[in-house]
Ligand binder design. Structure first.
Ligand SMILES: [Zn+2]
Length: 386
């Protein structure tokens, strides 16, 4: 599981004057031999830095250490994936940083040496996944789970010890009334304790949404105990019997809620772009418009429908992206053909500080594969070159 701690550690890493090597490489599509070749090709670009006397001695040593360690990755195994993805590696060997993060989506292969870890492509992918706090509760107990991507793990537990003690249940009317009140008091106290647990979990900043599981009446009762700022974070609820539910049951229920939540979020994104188009604010709809907007770094948020890759062309000189053409209409250089021009567009958007959202459904976009909210209206596109 990609933990929030790992991501935090990478983002906050400070190696002082030492350089950090950041490397992204695709995995899961072919064997380890190809991964080794790919890593080697990337590392080849930075090998000269390990001998560059304009860098300090310790910086050179650090880069050489990074290269050695990253080279070893391909031989270690553990980088296999069921589906295609990428591995992100951040290394600063002289300052004791070496982190690898598996990304559930591919990003472009590349390597970068800089003062800080180059995290933008990693964050762009991870942003699409919500970290949910799943709380399964009844009037006596509560269990918190962390659900992220396709993994779930325990995050906390509340068992009110007072509820374990037998309660005196007198046959006298008055006593019965007192007992009932006491049970309600205990449930309230339990809900308060549980709300505190959720509050503490959220204070770490790791969770985005809350998913509640339990009996409908009890979940409603509990929601009132959550602090006002946390109530809007409830993404949804599912009905389950906390006493008999297995972790697999909980996961199934919570994942269903999360998918619904993500679908609703996708619909909001699409509605926003369509509204921009309708009201003539900067937006792009369809591949041609989006490629041109991406060519001039106008894209703020790109929406991509999941689907088959679309071939196209790229100019590595000017950053022009197109569907076809041997020569770049901006600078005249020869273009490079690519099997996946939308992937190239997504990479370009991320590099310019924009966001990319992959739509699992995207039915509202109809025939359009891509749409974008833009920062500004791009100039008219150039005439296609012969
Ligand atoms: Zn060009």
């Amino acid at each position: 599981m990609i933990t929030a701690e790992t991501i935090e550690r990478i983002i906050r890493f400070d190696g002082g004057d030492l350089p950090v090597v950041s490397l992204y490489a695709r995995v899961g599509q072919d064997g380890q031999a190809t991964l080794a070749t790919r890593l080697n090709g990337l590392l080849h670009e930075i090998r000269p830095l390990g001998r560059d006397s304009s860098l300090g001695r310790q910086a050179r040593m650090s880069i050489r250490g990074d290269i050695d360690r990253i080279e070893g990755l391909a031989g270690l195994g553990g980088l296999e994936r069921a589906g295609p993805g990428s591995v992100a590696v951040f290394s600063c060997s002289e300052a004791d940083l070496f982190e690898q993060v598996m990304l559930p989506r591919t990003v472009r292969d590349r390597v970068m040496v800089d003062a800080t870890p180059w995290v933008r492509p990693m964050l762009a992918v991870l942003d699409e996944y919500h970290r949910a706090c799943v709380l399964v509760l009844d009037r006596r107990s509560a269990e918190a789970w962390e659900l992220y991507q396709d993994e779930m793990r325990e995050a906390g537990k509340v068992e009110d010890p007072a509820l374990r003690r037998p309660i005196y249940a007198g046959w006298h009317g008055r006593a019965e009334h007192r007992v009932r009140n006491r049970v309600d008091d205990l449930a309230r106290r339990h809900f308060r304790t549980t709300a505190r647990l959720v509050d503490e979990l959220f204070r770490t900043g790791r969770y985005e949404v809350i998913i509640l599981g339990g009996h409908p009446g009890e979940m409603t009762g509990f929601a009132d105990f959550l602090p006002a700022d946390l109530r809007p974070k409830i993404a949804g609820t599912f009905t389950i019997d906390p006493r008999t539910a297995t972790p697999a049951d909980i996961r199934r229920g919570a994942e269903h809620v999360l998918r619904q939540y993500e679908r609703a979020e996708e619909r909001r994104w699409v509605a926003e772009v369509l509204d921009r188009v309708a009201t003539r604010r900067p937006a792009a709809l369809g591949l041609a418009d989006c490629l041109w907007a991406g060519s001039v770094a106008a894209v703020r948020t790109l929406l991509v429908r999941e689907g088959a890759p679309v071939p196209g062309v790229v100019c590595d000189e000017s950053g022009w992206l197109g569907s076809a053409g041997d020569a770049c209409p901006l600078c005249g250089k020869a273009t490079r053909s690519t099997a996946d021009v939308i992937g190239e567009l997504a990479d370009a958007v991320i590099e310019e500080g924009g966001a990319v959202e992959h739509l699992l459904d995207g039915a509202e976009l109809e025939e359009h594969l891509v749409a974008a909210a833009l920062r500004f209206s791009p100039p008219p596109p150039p005439e296609p070159s012969a």
